[in-house]
Design a protein around this ligand. Structure first.
Ligand SMILES: O=C(O)CCC(=O)C(=O)O
Ligand SMILES: [Fe+2]
Length: 405
């Protein structure tokens, strides 16, 4: 079909939908036809991991709920399709739509809260489902395309993500072990090479003045550019599904990129994770993906805390931050802890790492309010850094199942 024919098809379909009151199914069907090109482009993103701040979903500009309400603003999103796909794809999409319709009718009889929260958050959901994405990529699909995957009852966080039994036995730190770990750093001969320096005693803050090699710093910066730096967001409200909303604010004006699975599997990057485990004693699996940061002149992250509550999550709270400085900053860009002493500032230096706890030594499930901190504005030049956030329990396994928020 050429562009002209495609356009004619769409106009006819729209007119038909409006004037002949096509059934919900027909309207959806037209939408899925229109989506095919957009889907193929966005699909790559859908395999991305979900986490508090690593949510990287396909574009959600277009919203279609399967009860038939169509966000007309989404019709032209992505441009008009050039290629409406092959016959098999259409037949399978139609089959999925039949199943979705039945599922949503059943849902309407179930509890109201579930029904309201069960939505296809991307207009390509049905098409992805017809390609088998519900089983290939369940962590995204079963939540964000729940009607298409007929998984509405599974979206409730407590249902999807039960806390494993005996979780406490796997804690990275039992009460008082965090302090033991920090103090032990200065007693270990094998850690002298990282040049540990006590920045503060209580709460404990340590810098490792020679932690990363130049090769490791460069690899992280390069991965940042490779993945693409995007405007940073803060962690917002927790949704019904247990996912966290992303908030763009003036509080945090940097940009960042996530060092996800492909980046993490790179041997140079893997070595960085091994070093972090070596000094902290926290296994690799307990770490979020590294978040690579880029601050231009004037950019900053105002006073905040890295702690994320973890009572209802298999990964538990964030317990430690290891901040990696990847370059020397011309001016500004220090990390300050305004509530400690008269205020403590650490100056970025290429290869240096800074480690501090987000939780209390005596109870590593509770926030240590003293470690509020801020990234001061860069005054001259650019600042590159990376965050490693370590959790009390295994993060990678629940993250793979879309259970870390
Ligand atoms: O860039 C810095 O100095 C600190 C960054 C930070 O605190 C964060 O990203 O949570
Ligand atoms: Fe922070």
């Amino acid at each position: 079909m050429n562009n002209g024919q495609t356009f004619t098809y769409i106009i006819v379909a729209l007119v038909a939908a409006f004037y002949y009151h096509l059934s919900e199914l027909d309207v959806n069907e037209i939408t899925s036809l229109m989506d095919i090109k957009g889907i193929k482009e966005a699909k790559g993103n859908s395999a991305e991991p979900l986490s508090h701040t690593t949510v990287n979903t396909p574009d959600t500009l277009g919203t279609l709920d399967t009860l038939g309400t169509l966000d007309t603003g989404s019709w032209l999103y992505g441009g008009l399709p050039q290629d409406l796909g092959n016959g098999d794809e259409l037949i399978e999409s139609r089959r999925v739509l039949e199943r979705v319709k039945v599922h949503m009718e059943e849902m309407a009889e179930m509890d109201e809260e579930l029904k309201v929260n069960c939505k296809n958050e991307h207009r390509s959901c049905v098409f992805w489902a017809s390609l088998g994405e519900c089983s290939a990529n369940p962590s995204y699909m079963k939540i964000s395309c729940a009607p298409a995957c007929q998984s509405c009852p599974e979206i409730r966080f407590s249902h999807r993500c039960p806390i494993p039994p005996n979780l406490e036995e796997t804690a990275a730190f039992k009460p008082n072990e965090l302090g033991v770990m920090f103090d032990g750093i200065f007693e270990k001969e094998e850690l002298v090479k990282y040049k540990p320096v006590k920045v503060w005693d209580s709460p404990r803050i340590i810098s490792f003045d020679e932690f990363l090699t130049s090769e490791e710093c460069d690899a992280l910066i390069a991965f940042g550019f490779d993945k693409g730096f995007e405007r940073s967001s803060d962690v917002g409200k927790t949704k019904f599904t247990g996912e966290s909303e992303k908030i763009i604010s003036n509080q945090r004006t940097s940009s960042n990129a996530w060092c996800n699975k492909t980046c993490e599997e790179n041997p140079v990057i893997h070595r960085i994770h091994e070093k972090i485990s070596e000094v902290s004693g926290v296994p690799f699996n307990y770490s979020e993906h590294l978040q690579i940061l880029k601050y231009g002149p004037g950019q900053e992250y105002k006073k905040h805390h890295d702690f994320i509550q973890g009572d209802d999550k298999a990964c538990g709270p964030r317990v430690l931050t290891v901040l990696l400085y990847l370059n020397d900053v011309d001016e500004g860009g220090g990390t300050s802890f305004p509530d400690i002493g008269g205020g403590v500032e650490v100056i970025p230096k290429r290869g240096k790492a800074l480690m501090w706890p987000s939780v209390l030594d005596k109870d590593p499930t509770k926030m240590d309010v003293r470690t509020m901190h801020q990234a001061n504005p860069v005054l001259k030049g650019v600042k590159y850094a990376a965050n490693a956030w370590l959790h009390l329990y295994d993060f990678k396994t629940p993250n793979g199942a879309g259970c870390t928020g």
